[in-house]
Structure formats: C-alpha cells, structure tokens
Design a protein around this ligand. Structure first.
Ligand SMILES: NC(=O)c1ccc[n+]([C@@H]2O[C@H](COP(=O)([O-])OP(=O)(O)OC[C@H]3O[C@@H](n4cnc5c(N)ncnc54)[C@H](OP(=O)(O)O)[C@@H]3O)[C@@H](O)[C@H]2O)c1
Length: 327
C-alpha cells in the first residue's frame, strides 16, 4: 500500500539531503515504491527522440528505454563504429526497433551546425531531445573552435543544437532534457569574465570544470524553458544520481571503487529523462529533476545566485554560438 504523501515527501527529502541515500541505488530503490506512474507501454509510438552520448552508460540505457516505449530513436555518438555497433545490438534485442544512426562531435560547433541543419531537413518534428553526452577531461583541452572542452560539450554544443532544432521541437511539441549532475551543487557559475568561463586562469581541475559546466546546464535549461514557454516545448534539467558507467570508472576510479556496491544501474540513471519525455509533467521554478521529482537547484551559500553571473553566461553563450541571447 502507498504511504501517505506527507510521509513519502519527508522520506524523499531526507534521502535527497543525505546525498548517499538519495543518489545511490538505495534512493531509486525506495522511491520507485511511491514515485509517479511509469509511462504507458507504447506511449512514444510515432514519436521521435534524439539522444546524445548514446554509445555508453546512461545514454545507451536511455536509448533502449525509448525504443521499448515505441519511439523512433536517433542514436547520436561521436564515434561512428560505436554508434553502428550499438545500433546493431539494439536491432537484435528489440523487435521492430526504429533506429537512426547519427554521428556528431557535440563539442564542435561547426559539426553541430552541419548535423542539426541536416537533421532538420530529414525530420518534420522532434518529440524528445536529451542532451546526455558528457565527459570529464583530466587536463585542459580545447574543442575545434578553441573552447575549453567541458564547456564546449556540455554547454555550447547543446545550446546551439537546441537553437537549430527549435522549429522541429515546436512541431512535436517536444521535451528537451539536459543531463546535469548532482556535482553541480558544489559549484557556482564563475562567469566573471571570458577567461574564467574558459578556465584560462589558474590551475585546471577537471572535476571543477565539470561541476561548473553542469551548473551552467541547469541555468541554460531554465533560460530555454522561459524562452520556449507557450510553444508547447518543455525544457528540463536533471541529475541521474551515482550510476555505474564506463564514464565513472574511467574518470573517477577511486569514487567508483568506494561506492561500487551502491552505484545505480544505467537504467535507473536514465529513468527520469525517459519519464520526462514520455509523460511531459508540468514543472515550475528552475525545472531541475531527480528520481521523477523536482529538486532545489541551490543550497545554503549558493541560494542567492548572482543574476549578473547568469546574465554574463547567457551573453557569452549567445556570442560564441552566434545565436540570439536568451533572457
Ligand atoms: N554516471 C554518473 O554517475 C553520472 C552522474 C552525474 C551525471 N552524469 C551525466 O550523465 C551523462 C552520461 O554519463 P555516463 O556516466 O553515462 O558517461 P559515459 O559512460 O562516459 O558516456 C558518455 C557518452 O557521451 C559521449 N560523448 C562524450 N563526449 C562527446 C562529444 N564531444 N560528442 C558526442 N558524444 C560525446 C560518449 O561517447 P564515447 O562513447 O565516444 O566516449 C558517451 O557515449 C553525462 O552528461 C554525465 O555528466 C553521470
């Protein structure tokens, strides 16, 4: 039997604030007893969803879940062999799987422009776009256009792609989901000037650059939600908890070892993105989700997020991607 809503809310919040209980498999294991209903079987039949970073971990699991719900899935990766290998595997596993293989390096703005323009010419409507591709560079590297790599892959590329696919998303109408991270709670925006945004000053720390750009994703999702309000397009951000993936074992081997037994499986990390696209729940505030519930975007000292830093980020993103500035 379901527990009373007040109690479930209290349990849910307590797990969230404890971090370990909420982010691990304990969190998804407990919450699935009382979280909102699963999408109806076949609820995405006739719908089209694009998943970036679909060749590993959470993205792989997400693509599979979208297929299981009947969607046509555009499987996007940067490595053509990985894309075709995984597409082949899925076609064997899922009867009548409708998969479109897509190759694009999301950190390369020219490649994103070419890809999105081409896709917009091939499809009439897009019902889901999940900005899932992610990485944690150990040292400062730059994208094809000279932007710091995590900024380019997490922020600039996805922003440009959203802009270029805007009309197709409105035609859906679609849902856009930015796969952020709980790690973003540990970072402010740090966008005082261009050098700070691009991590050109001081010692480069990959974990910090990752967390900062994951914070930027939450701000961007919120700005896009405002921009597209009234069009039918829903824009959300989320974090998946701590998930057993190649990304975690390669980038955070010690963390991976310490919490190994508690890590979630990739399907659990993908769950909220699939649920958001398939059920399109109404959201308010800053549109940030975890385990099928909206979550705060700031705690304690971060509560007063500086509006000037937010404005500077939006200005910078607009300038370097040559797109209109979001409000
Ligand atoms: N796992 C966790 O505990 C966790 C926690 C918080 C947030 N997240 C977020 O969840 C998302 C998926 O993470 P994961 O753990 O599944 O990582 P993963 O196993 O490393 O998978 C990342 C995916 O992104 C792709 N990718 C990376 N850079 C790309 C680029 N420039 N262009 C196109 N694709 C690119 C990778 O392609 P290749 O296969 O070619 O490398 C791979 O398919 C990321 O955004 C991550 O930040 C994960």
């Amino acid at each position: 039997m379901d527990a009373p809503p007040l109690l479930t809310r209290a349990v849910d919040t307590a797990m969230d604030r404890s971090v370990v209980l909420g982010y691990t498999s304990i969190g998804s294991g407990v919450r699935r007893r009382f979280w909102p209903a699963d999408p109806e079987p076949g609820s995405l039949a006739g719908k089209r969803v694009l998943v970036t970073g679909a060749t590993s971990g959470i993205g792989e699991a997400m693509a599979r879940s979208f297929l299981d719900l009947g969607a046509t899935v555009h499987l996007l990766g940067r490595n053509p062999d990985k894309v075709s290998d995984y597409a082949r595997e899925l076609r064997l596993e899922v009867p009548n799987a409708d998969i479109v293989e897509e190759v694009c390096d999301i950190s390369d703005l020219d490649a994103v422009r070419d890809f999105a323009t081409d896709l917009a010419g091939r499809v009439e409507a897009l019902h889901g776009l999940v900005h899932n591709a992610g990485l944690m560079p150990p040292e400062r590297t730059e994208s094809a256009q000279g932007h710091e790599m995590s900024l380019a892959a997490h922020v600039l590329g996805p922003h440009l792609m959203t802009h270029l696919l805007r009309e197709r998303l409105v035609a859906g109408p679609g849902s856009v989901v930015w796969m952020s991270s709980g790690g973003m709670y540990g970072s402010g925006l740090a966008t005082r000037d261009d050098d700070e945004i691009e991590y050109r000053r001081g010692e480069y720390k990959g974990v910090q650059a990752y967390a900062r750009t994951k914070r930027m994703q939450v701000v961007l999702a919120d700005a896009w939600a405002t921009e597209l309000a009234g069009t039918g397009v829903l824009v959300e951000s989320m974090h998946p908890g701590w998930v057993r993936t190649p990304g975690v074992s390669e980038s955070l081997p010690t963390f991976d070892k310490v919490v190994s037994r508690l890590l979630r499986e990739p399907e659990d990390g993908a769950d909220t993105a699939v649920w958001l696209v398939a059920t399109r729940p109404a959201s308010g505030g800053e549109h940030f989700w975890h385990d099928r519930a909206q979550r705060p975007t700031t705690f304690g000292w971060q509560r007063e997020q500086d509006p000037d830093l937010r404005a500077r980020l939006l200005e910078y993103v607009a300038t370097v991607t040559a797109t209109p500035r979001l409000g």
